[in-house]
Ligand binder design. Structure first.
Ligand code: TRP
Length: 335
């Protein structure tokens, strides 16, 4: 965080340490975070408390938390500048979430599509945390007087409820929270599933449908070889009629930096095999520096632990400010 007189806008993002980060997250989100660091005071959180809303093996959760922190750094984010930290290390998140729960209505929470979706997919574990998930997410964002939150379509509703809660409390007690806005990235390459190119690429689908950031070159080649195309035998960018081929072109363009039109010209008359190979190699090349740096960081657990500890301290100082102000305004006696 910079200390000059002009306040830079605060940008906040969180990722759950559950499952693997895939190419769509990388191209659509994390890769662009590096550019945001220049313009905003950024916080990148490993939201481990949110991950408790589904059952994890403790050892998996611990490892995935370390891995996600390492991945943020491996992608080029600077933990001296941005605050890269772990949610459970900053107790103010859970404290604020409780208060926000008391200003959030059952009706609002019942309307959340993510709750409806997750509770229908995990019928055996519809816990209260899953229901109040949005209040914890609102706490993450509001604690830091956040201006901007990069959100994909699936998280828009959560940002909306965050704004509603902030406005409600500000309305009752005067300005406590800055009301955050969505940050819509300029480049929006949407990465689709390799096996069902009508659907968004997702780590919760079958293994061959997505590329994980940490997949080896061989696995990446195999997945692209198996990617679904069509029988038109013509390389064109036409997502409606040729979703598979168009998705490969999008991925190739996003990873090679060459525009889609130029790629279509260049590959005209070539087979889909060539397109798949070219795309696989571009992805491998793009991910290589990230994978190398990730491997190096994972060997240096002491460094990662230090970074997380120091950054939790930086986050806590900011979070305390907001929490103290709120406690005072709502009438919690503070000696
Ligand atoms: N709910 C987000 C997701 O599942 C993760 C998240 C938690 C988050 N807290 C956040 C995202 C704060 C942005 C800001 O993707």
């Amino acid at each position: 965080m910079t200390d000059n007189n002009v306040r830079r806008q605060v940008l906040y993002s969180g990722i759950q340490p559950s499952g693997r980060i895939q190419l769509g997250n990388y191209i659509g989100a994390i890769r662009n975070f590096v550019l945001l660091e220049k313009d905003y005071d950024c916080l990148f959180c490993v939201v481990d408390l949110h991950a408790l809303t589904i059952r994890n093996l403790p050892a998996d959760l611990r490892r995935q938390t370390m891995e996600l922190a390492a991945l943020y750094i491996a992608c080029g984010l600077d933990p001296k500048q941005s605050i890269i930290y772990c949610q459970s290390h900053v107790p103010e998140h859970a404290e604020l979430a409780w208060v926000l729960n008391c200003y959030t209505y059952m009706g609002e929470l019942s309307r959340m599509t993510q709750f409806k979706d997750k509770s229908s997919r995990h019928k055996d574990n519809i816990n209260a945390g899953l229901f109040t998930y949005p209040a914890l997410m609102a706490a993450d964002i509001l604690l830091y007087q956040t201006d901007l939150v990069p959100v994909g379509a699936d998280q828009k509703q959560h940002l909306e409820i965050t704004r509603d809660i902030a406005l409600r409390i500000n309305g009752l007690y005067g300005d406590v929270f800055r009301v955050p806005e969505p940050y819509i990235p300029k480049t929006t390459a949407k990465i689709m599933s390799l096996t069902e190119p009508e659907r968004k690429m997702s780590k919760s689908d079958e293994e061959d449908s997505f590329v994980a950031i940490l997949d080896s070159p061989d696995v990446i080649r195999r997945k692209f070889k198996r990617a679904v195309t069509d029988s038109l035998a013509d390389i064109r960018f036409d997502p409606d009629n040729q979703p598979g081929v168009s998705n490969l072109l999008s991925i190739l363009s996003a990873t090679s930096g060459t525009g889609i039109d130029a790629l279509v010209d260049e590959l005209a008359g070539r087979g889909y095999g060539v397109l798949k190979e070219r795309t696989a190699e571009a992805v491998i090349e793009q991910l290589k520096p990230v994978q190398d740096e990730f491997a190096r960081l994972m060997k240096d657990k002491a460094y990662l632990a230090d970074v997380l500890k120091e950054n939790a301290g930086r986050a806590s100082v900011l979070a305390q400010r907001t929490l103290r102000k709120l406690y005072k305004k709502i009438g919690l006696y503070q000696p």
